[in-house]
Design a binder for this molecule. Structure first.
Ligand SMILES: NC(=O)c1ccc[n+]([C@@H]2O[C@H](COP(=O)([O-])OP(=O)(O)OC[C@H]3O[C@@H](n4cnc5c(N)ncnc54)[C@H](O)[C@@H]3O)[C@@H](O)[C@H]2O)c1
Length: 429
């Protein structure tokens, strides 16, 4: 191991090579040096990453990349106010050659995640990559291999892992007071064009402004199509539909709370029922994941044509003695079963606020202002790990579980059958 606790293999595998790579790693470990960030993809999420990075003293945005001239220009102008030396790139490969970039943020559509993450890792960069990790199991495996070979620090953008309310949920679940849990039920509902991914299309979006071939990347070739560029979530070539865009958030949160791992089986259903124009992926989607070893099932459903009066997210964890409910109004609640026997003193602060058996009581955990900082906290966790070389809150192994689970549900939906995960062959069968 090197003096920074970083394995020699990482140093050897980095593109920078030899002592240059060692200097980069030393610089990252030095708290006086800001971590140099390169952002790839300055779209909707990328804008938020820019705001977050600019507000974080620990890092400096030194490069941005996009294939849409208007967005690239906007990003460079925005970052320039804090860093006049920021570089703008139209090709992410050039950004990876930038020696000031220690770590990259990948905020492109999902079909680019694996290529950019792998290239970034072998270029010696650490990687914060947006969810869903990938569109195929093979890509997910290739990412894990690259990350482990290069000893890259990887954070997947599942920010719920940095949200205090999920830490509290994990504490309550971990205490055992729920008794055996046999069912987890999660629903997300939306009722708007934007919620259904019918995003606005810029009038000035032309092939001259957008490098269409670089958008397509490894996706099948086709003529320039603004609907596909701005509303890529509706097409299988670029994402995994509701599975990777929404389900992955909630499933990953439950994986964090309960440590479930990849399910044994999955069945899925749904269809294109309301938003019928120019759409390949379902707008109503249901998936059931079974964990026979844990004796429980996770049920997940989503519609884009009802938001339950704005109550758009609900998670229920059903135990023999008590239930956790989260989402309705943003508070976390625990209800005791009518004949539930449980010892609430096992969880500090819970005893006085939980209801008596059969009662619905006031929420015992109210989400607070600090909860809203969770996105920043997730990014800060990444920066901390870039320096310490510790594992992030959503590392490559957890990211792999997220990807496989989402992909299982897509395959079950497309093939209209129950799919299984075979741990021996590491394949969906
Ligand atoms: N964690 C979250 O809560 C969260 C929220 C929203 C989006 N996301 C994720 O962020 C990612 C981006 O989503 P979005 O809504 O910002 O999409 P978007 O379409 O608004 O932005 C994507 C950007 O990537 C750029 N791009 C595409 N191909 C590129 C290439 N080869 N090189 C450089 N730039 C390229 C596009 O030009 C565009 O500006 C997705 O993976 C999405 O799932 C995560």
């Amino acid at each position: 191991m090197s003096e920074n606790g970083i394995g020699e293999s990482r140093v050897r595998k980095t593109a920078a090579g030899g002592s240059a790579a060692r200097d980069v790693l030393r610089r990252r470990a030095n708290p006086l040096n800001k971590i140099g960030i390169g952002l790839i993809g300055a779209g909707d999420r990328g804008k938020r990453h820019i705001a977050e990075a600019l507000a974080t003293r620990d890092c400096q945005l030194c490069a941005v990349c996009d294939i849409y001239t208007k967005r690239l220009d906007w990003a460079v102008e925005t970052v320039k106010k804090s860093n006049p030396n920021v570089r703008g790139y139209r090709d992410y490969r050039k950004l990876l050659e930038d020696k000031d970039v220690d770590a990259i943020i990948v905020a492109t559509p999902d079909h680019w995640h694996s290529r950019m993450t792998i290239d970034g890792a072998y270029a010696g960069k650490d990687v914060y990559v947006q969810k869903c990790l990938t569109r195929t199991v093979e890509e997910a495996k290739a990412i894990v291999k690259a990350v482990k070979e290069t000893k890259c620090v990887l954070q997947l953008g599942h920010t719920r892992r940095s949200q205090p309310v999920y830490h509290r949920m994990r504490e309550i679940y971990g205490s055992g007071i729920l008794g055996p849990v046999s069912l987890v039920n999660i629903s997300i509902c939306r009722n708007s064009a934007r919620g259904a991914w019918e995003w606005a299309i810029d009038e000035d979006a032309t092939p001259e402004m957008i490098n269409w071939n670089e958008f397509l990347g490894s996706a099948p070739g086709r003529p320039f199509d603004p609907d596909r560029y701005f509303r890529w979530r509706k097409y299988w070539d670029y994402g995994t539909g509701i599975s990777g865009d929404l389900l992955s958030h909630e499933w990953d949160a439950i994986n964090f709370v309960m440590g479930l791992g990849i399910p044994s089986t999955c069945i899925a259903s749904g269809g294109i029922y309301y938003w019928k124009e120019k759409r390949e992926v379902p707008d109503v989607f249901n998936a059931v994941f079974d964990y026979p070893d844990r004796r429980l099932a996770v049920v997940w459903n989503c519609t884009f044509s009802n938001s339950a009066s704005g109550v758009n997210l609900a998670t229920m964890i059903y135990g023999k003695h008590a239930t956790i409910e989260y989402g309705r109004g943003g508070d976390l609640e625990v209800y005791v079963e009518p004949k539930g026997k449980t010892d609430f003193s096992a969880v500090p602060g819970l005893e006085k606020e939980a209801g008596q058996p059969g009662e619905r009581k006031e929420p015992f955990y109210r989400t607070s202002r600090s909860d809203k900082l969770y996105v920043t906290s997730h990014f800060q966790d990444f920066l901390d790990c870039v320096r310490s070389r510790a594992r992030t809150r959503c590392n490559e192994d957890e990211a792999f579980q997220e990807a496989v689970t989402a992909i299982m549900s897509v395959q079950a939906y497309k093939e209209r059958r129950m799919v299984k995960w075979d741990p021996a062959s590491q394949k969906i069968v």
